[in-house]
Design a protein around this ligand. Structure first.
Ligand code: C2E
Ligand code: MG
Ligand code: MG
Length: 390
């Protein structure tokens, strides 16, 4: 459902300005200066929002408020006027007494910033997860990663953090990647999403580096990100500008879909590797993350899919598979991460099977960047296994 704004104003220039701003933040818009047409659209088009001028030659806004109240309108109403604040405020109170949802008043001349922010904060669609609201969230910086530790399974030392994207949603709280990454991939917003995460992660690496926290940060890229020719150069420049070492940044390639252009994908990944970034094959053993990819791409790390790891405390078959993958990776000179470490048994089994690094809820859930320094301070005392400390 898109937000629909009906503008009632006789000043064509001003109505055009409001229309442009509203369309820019994702509204569908209609404009009229005629009470009859206003009434007709009120019924036939069911606007979710109304912007009303108080003084017009053919009608007055107070009269229009009465019409809206009689029609039982649930639309969110924005009152605009060239009169002084007291008049506008009196109209607002009147509308509210009639049970209308007056969400704001604007005095002409209206400032672009005020109008846009009023229109943005009052979108009903804000309640939903949609392409339009994801676009706004990206623009407002409400898309940023949480960080989940990866620990060395032999020394228990934290070796890095995986950046996992989250959406701080106004009404739904913090949303996980699975709630919107597939939509971002389908709607062409995945590049913007990955840029937001990469920019955040590199700034975070710089910040931690300056605090003496020496960890690698892993950033997820989906196959659909691997179309932009300049990706490697752009990320390289970001690292150079912030003084972050390339070998402290890894890219986890999540092959959820076949690459649209495999040659270009290979080109981009190889360039990232040549610049000194680390590459990790994610969810190995599922979907497209297969032996073919291992052969084609210069990976430095392999992550065993959660589905095998989860079973390895109970299933002999799962242990055989994990052991085989570990040996394969080691023979190819890669380090191995087991993801989905949900209990102590799994962590111990993985260590026995030669897996280098573990990641999972038993170690820590993904956390806000600000929580990381305290987690690092407490980890050696708090870790769940009671095994040898770092
Ligand atoms: P992934 O890269 O394989 O990330 C691991 C996922 O498993 C994360 O889910 C993480 O929160 C979850 N996880 C970690 N430990 C455990 C555990 O012990 N048990 C269980 N059941 N789950 C665990 P999340 O954050 O919802 O991400 C899901 C997927 O979305 C990721 O899988 C990755 O493929 C994708 N993703 C996440 N962030 C980004 C991003 O910034 N860009 C792109 N393109 N994809 C992303
Ligand atoms: Mg990953
Ligand atoms: Mg994974």
């Amino acid at each position: 459902m898109t937000d629909r704004l009906l503008i009632m104003d006789d000043e064509a220039d001003f109505a055009g300005f409001v229309r442009k701003v509203a369309e820019g933040v994702g509204y569908e818009v209609r404009t009229t200066a005629k009470p009859a047409e206003f009434r007709q659209w009120l019924g036939a088009w069911q606007p979710s929002h109304i912007a009303l001028d108080l003084v017009m030659p053919e009608a007055d806004g107070v009269e229009m408020l009465r019409i809206l109240a009689e029609a039982g309108s649930r639309a969110r109403i924005l009152i605009m006027s060239g009169f002084d604040a007291r008049v506008v405020d009196a109209a607002r109170r009147l509308g509210m007494e009639r049970g209308l949802d007056i969400v704001g008043t604007l005095q002409k001349p209206v400032r672009l910033r005020d109008l846009r922010s009023l229109l943005e904060t009052n979108r009903q669609e804000d309640d939903a997860v949609s392409e339009a609201t994801l676009g706004l969230a990206l623009a407002d910086g409400r898309i940023e990663p949480f960080y989940q530790p990866k620990v060395d399974l032999h020394s228990w030392r934290p070796v890095g953090f995986e950046a996992l994207v989250r959406w701080r949603h106004a009404r739904l709280g913090t949303l996980g990647a699975d709630d919107f990454v597939p939509m971002a991939e389908a709607s062409g917003q995945i590049d913007a999403l990955s840029n937001a995460v990469t920019t955040h992660a590199i700034a975070q690496a710089q910040d931690w580096q300056s605090q003496g926290i020496d960890v690698e940060i892993a950033i997820n890229l989906s196959a659909r990100n691997l179309t932009e020719e300049s990706l490697a150069d752009r990320i390289d420049a970001q690292c150079r500008n912030s003084g972050v070492r390339r070998d402290r940044i890894a890219f986890e390639i999540t092959e959820t879909a076949a690459m649209a252009d495999p040659v270009r994908g290979l080109d981009i990944l190889t360039r990232l590797r040549l610049k000194g970034f680390r590459l990790s094959i994610d969810d190995f053993g599922t979907g497209y993350s297969s032996l073919v990819q291992l052969h084609r791409l210069p990976f430095s790390e392999l992550k065993i899919a959660r589905s095998f790891v989860r079973e390895c405390d109970r299933s002999t078959e799962a242990r055989v598979i994990v052991k085989t993958i570990v040996d394969l990776a080691h023979n190819l000179g890669m380090s191995v991460v087991g993801e989905g470490v949900e209990n102590e048994d799994i962590a111990c089994r993985l260590a026995e099977l030669g897996c280098d690094v573990g990641q999972g809820y038993a170690i820590a859930r993904p956390m806000e960047a600000d929580a990381v320094p305290a987690w690092l301070t407490h980890w050696p005392q708090d870790h769940p296994t009671g095994l040898a400390k770092a």
